[in-house]
Design a binder for this molecule. Structure first.
Ligand code: GLU
Length: 548
């Protein structure tokens, strides 16, 4: 068979040569050891935590080594693509702040190694497929779906491996004339790779996370180009990661099974194999056993979920780092205020089995991350979130930003910051009492004391509250009230003989706290009172004295 002639016949429209294409993708000039990684999602409309988990590995590897991190849209599977899927990817990653150096963006392509959307690269793949045909390493195949199903049945009966290989690869034997006749008759066809592999032989691979492995060689004549001339994942992966200079491919472990195909293609093309990192699936505990996170059962798998749930992006990223590197938490304890990116990320610390996702742990991490933010930052986050998900809270905050920021400043900035907020959904419950509209006191939280006495204490304090006093004078005043009601300001004394007193200074504070904040626990009462302002404090004390 004259393969050159076949190539020219199959691809009359392809006039560029592989060399011309290679020339458009020169080797990158990066410093020694710089890694080039990419995020390569398919626009299925569903961006999940696993995507972000892998993207973080890509991002860290590239940026820790002064390399390049780029975004490629893998839109070759039109059956799985949903309308707006590309837009969704770009928007979600933008909101998660992934710092791509090049690739597809909402405004179009950015970078010298594009186009970064695979369907726009059809002619490139066809050029290389044409070359493989010309070398006798690829051929057209006209087998229909029905014939493939028949073949599958036969292989099942014969207890043989499934697929299109060896003697089953009928397209290998077609003559030029047969091919011509079928094409002239309008029969659709794919271009298949003529696999040189033998499954009795092994390929060796060292995965940066999974370690050393031996896999059987591929003997399947996989499809390179589908009948519409668009490549399969296998071919597009090899061509693109070669041309775009990817040094490290980070992808889900579901791709391990087809890795021998990819290695074989890299070798056949004479291209350097990239290094691979196959990441473990995200798992969760469910009724005592581990299972994969599922799109159907676990809303927290979708990246969109976190926007509504009010978990700030840095908290999600921090939590993923904890899942990714076993020593991250220890590092964080030693470096509480350090930028997450100064952590020395290392693939050796990645788990090769499933990472266990735990939403409660994520909320704890979020609580810590939020506690380290400034009041201004927290304010901006809350306002952005509340705008979409809690319009009443949004209106209250926007009406007086300085007041809101002063509230959010309480207990912030010190060595042991307060950790009241785990998600933005907690904000209303935490700061609500500062706003009359949200103030819903629960007087049942008053200490178990004689109501008449409680009323007397409230009226007494209302008559003397002085908002110009500092914290210690404020407390002295409360202590000074104690004897009048048979309370003691001396906790030690009280503990020695509780029956000797009607109550203690803590009870007295609680009475005031429940009246002013509506609950038993609150940030420092003296600070709270100052923020609320004298009038409002007195009004609440009197109101409570009437209702207790
Ligand atoms: N488009 C593939 C996917 O979404 C990407 C795999 C890869 O990163 O190579 O699974």
């Amino acid at each position: 068979m004259d393969y050159q002639a076949l190539a020219a016949y199959l691809f009359p429209h392809i006039t560029t040569t592989p060399e011309e294409i290679e020339a458009r993708y020169p080797a990158r000039t990066l410093k020694e050891g710089a890694k080039v990684t990419r995020m390569a999602p398919s626009p299925t409309g569903f961006m999940h935590l696993g995507n972000l988990y892998g993207a973080l590995v890509d991002e860290r590897l590239a940026h820790q080594s002064d390399g390049v991190f780029y975004l490629r849209i893998e839109d070759t599977d039109q059956k799985r693509e949903v309308p707006g899927g590309v837009q969704t990817i770009l928007e979600v990653f933008k909101r998660f702040g992934l710092p791509f150096d090049e690739g597809a963006t909402l405004e179009g392509d950015n970078g010298q190694y594009g186009p970064y959307r695979q369907r726009q690269r059809a002619a490139i793949y066809q050029t290389f497929a044409k070359e493989l045909v010309a070398r006798g390493l690829a051929y057209p195949d006209f087998t229909t779906e029905e014939e493939l199903a028949e073949m599958h049945k036969l292989q099942e009966e014969r207890k043989e491996n499934f697929g299109y290989y060896g003697a089953y690869a009928v397209g290998r034997n077609l003559t030029f004339e047969e091919i011509q006749a079928k094409i002239e008759a309008g029969q659709p066809y794919v271009i298949r790779f003529r696999s040189p592999g033998d499954p009795a032989k092994k390929v060796y691979h060292t995965d940066l996370v999974k370690g050393k492995m031996e896999l059987p060689e591929n003997d399947q004549d996989v499809v390179l180009l589908k009948s519409d001339g668009i490549p399969t994942y296998h071919f597009a992966h090899v061509v693109d990661d070669h041309l775009m200079g990817t040094t490290h491919v980070v992808r889900g472990e579901e791709w391990l099974a087809t890795l021998p195909i990819h290695l074989q293609l890299f070798d056949t093309m004479g291209w350097k194999r990239p290094k691979y990192i196959h990441t473990a699936q995200l798992m969760k505990m469910d009724g005592g056993s581990k299972r994969k996170l599922s799109k159907r059962k676990d809303p927290e798998l979708a990246l969109d979920y976190y926007f509504e749930a009010g978990v700030p992006v840095p908290a999600v990223l921090e939590y993923l780092m904890i899942l990714l590197n076993s020593n991250f938490e220890e590092w964080r304890l030693a470096n509480p205020m350090a930028d997450r990116n100064s952590f020395p990320f290392n693939t050796k610390k990645m788990s090769s089995s499933g990472a266990l996702f735990d939403i409660d742990k994520l909320h704890d991490v979020s609580r810590n991350v939020i506690s380290r933010m400034s009041a201004d930052e927290v304010y901006d986050y809350i306002v952005t979130w509340a705008k979409d998900f809690d319009p009443e809270l949004f209106a209250a905050l926007e009406a007086d930003p300085a007041y809101a920021k002063a509230i959010l400043s309480i207990g912030r900035g010190g060595k042991k910051p307060r950790k009241d907020i785990g998600t933005w959904k907690d904000v209303r419950g935490y700061i609500g009492f500062f706003y009359d509209d949200f103030f819903t006191p629960d007087y049942s939280k008053m200490p178990d004391k004689d109501p008449a006495q409680i009323r007397a204490i409230l009226e007494d304090y209302a008559a003397q509250y002085d908002d110009t006093e500092d914290a210690s004078a404020w407390f002295e005043r409360i202590k000074a009230m104690c004897p009048k009601y048979g309370y003691t300001a001396n906790m030690k004394e009280y503990k020695q003989d509780p029956t000797a007193f009607a109550g203690n200074v803590a009870d007295l504070s609680t009475i005031l706290r429940v009246a002013v904040t509506g609950r038993e626990n609150s940030p420092e009462l003296e600070v709270v009172m100052k923020l609320l302002g004298k009038d409002r404090v007195i009004k609440r004390l009197i109101e409570a004295s009437k209702l207790v």
